[in-house]
Ligand binder design. Structure first.
Ligand SMILES: Nc1ncnc2c1ncn2[C@@H]1O[C@H](COP(=O)(O)OP(=O)(O)OP(=O)(O)O)[C@@H](O)[C@H]1O
Length: 354
């Protein structure tokens, strides 16, 4: 099965999107980024619902769009299973007919029943969309996208409106379907749990630019810059104002880096929540502002001298400190991730897509 490749540029008023992306035919590719960064726009461009200013989009050997060759396949010829945040259900059609709508050759009731069953929609088959909850509409839209025998799947927030229990079962179903079909799949989501549970690789889009792309675990553990780190849920970010002898410093204190920093220092550092520990010895000066019991571990909210907050995970077998206590936090250097300044306009290296 072929990959989906795109290298395109798009402008809408002040918004500009320029992205090169390769979506392999196996596994799930997640797209994350702050609100308004262009995730939906990128999906719409891939689907043929918006037209790039320049560039090309190819699915295997098939060219979907090429500005130079004046090729622009209409959405129905791209054979993409689409699902957008507004669901785009037909209000005058029943659930079953909505699901049947995308089927090639109107492939019969049997196939529709299968998808209604798989998405737990059997009891709503004859209802119209106005009589469904948000989560039910979302499942109808997902069923329609999956039932259309797509060659590519482009899904915008497919699980956002369902409760946690249903979300877990939809995630499993979705993984099964993608594995059965082997087709390029792009999943736009704000939910980092969706990404961790489902995605084999992730692209981080910021202000219309694909800033980082790669295997999910690699991108989560090594964010490229402070903005990517923020998108990926790294809460503990400290600005660095200088670095001497391998010690990074700021108004928050100083920490030893793994390396000398003789050739420059990172703009920020991020601190992993697992690994740092309270100590009577040397470490960052902190005040314990809050302790939250999470079941298997506790989250300590530690205030640094400049009032910056750090969230540290403490194993629950360790005694929690009292609130307001002034203490020290030992941060091993392997818990510190240097974050250079964002390299705006830098192309993603081709190796990220292999
Ligand atoms: N129909 C439109 N007309 C004008 N501007 C638009 C339109 N749709 C989106 N935009 C703008 O284009 C930019 C990208 O929007 P887009 O919907 O792609 O972002 P997003 O990353 O999907 O956001 P969200 O996470 O909030 O859904 C934003 O600045 C948005 O305000």
């Amino acid at each position: 099965m072929p990959c989906l490749d795109a290298d395109l540029e798009f402008r809408r008023a002040a918004f500009r999107l320029a992205a090169r992306i390769r979506v392999p035919e196996t596994g799930i590719t997640a797209l994350v980024g702050p609100s308004g960064c262009g995730k939906t726009t990128l999906l719409r461009l891939l689907a043929g619902l918006e037209r790039p200013m320049s560039g090309c989009i190819r699915h295997g050997e098939r060219v979907w769009f090429d500005q130079g060759q004046r090729i622009d396949l209409p959405p129905r010829h791209r054979r993409a299973g689409l699902m957008f945040q507004d669901y785009a259900l037909f209000p005058h059609l029943s659930v079953a007919r909505n699901v049947a709508y995308g089927q090639p050759h109107g492939d019969g009731e049997g196939e529709v029943r299968v998808w209604l069953d798989r998405l737990q929609l059997q009891t709503f088959a004859e209802r119209r969309p106005h009589a469904l909850s948000g989560g039910q509409k979302q499942r109808v839209a997902l069923a329609r996208a999956l039932a259309s025998r797509p060659e590519v799947l482009l899904l915008d927030e497919p699980f956002s409106a369902v409760d946690l229990g249903l979300r877990q079962s939809l995630r499993l179903l979705f993984q099964e379907v993608v594995a059965e079909r082997a087709l390029p799949t792009v999943l736009v989501t704000h939910d980092l749990d969706d990404v961790r549970h489902l995605a084999d690789r992730v692209g981080v889009l910021i202000a219309g630019e694909l800033r980082q792309f790669g295997p999910t675990s690699e991108v989560f553990s090594h964010p490229l810059d402070v903005e990517v780190a923020q998108v990926l849920g790294w809460d503990n970010r400290l600005p660095v104002s200088g670095c001497e002898g391998g010690w990074a410093r700021g108004d928050w204190g100083r920490l030893r880096l793994n390396g000398s920093c003789s050739s420059g220092f990172p703009e920020h550092i991020a601190i992993r929540p697992h690994g740092p520990s309270l100590t009577d010895g040397t470490g960052l000066s902190v005040e314990i502002a809050r302790v939250t019991d999470m079941g298997g571990y506790r989250v300590l909210l530690c205030r640094l001298p400049d009032r910056t907050a750090l969230r540290i995970h403490l194993p629950s077998d360790q005694h929690p400190p009292a609130l307001g206590v002034q203490t020290r936090l030992r941060v091993p250097d392997d818990c510190i991730v240097p974050l250079p300044a964002p390299a705006l306009g830098a192309a993603i290296p081709a190796s990220a897509f292999t």
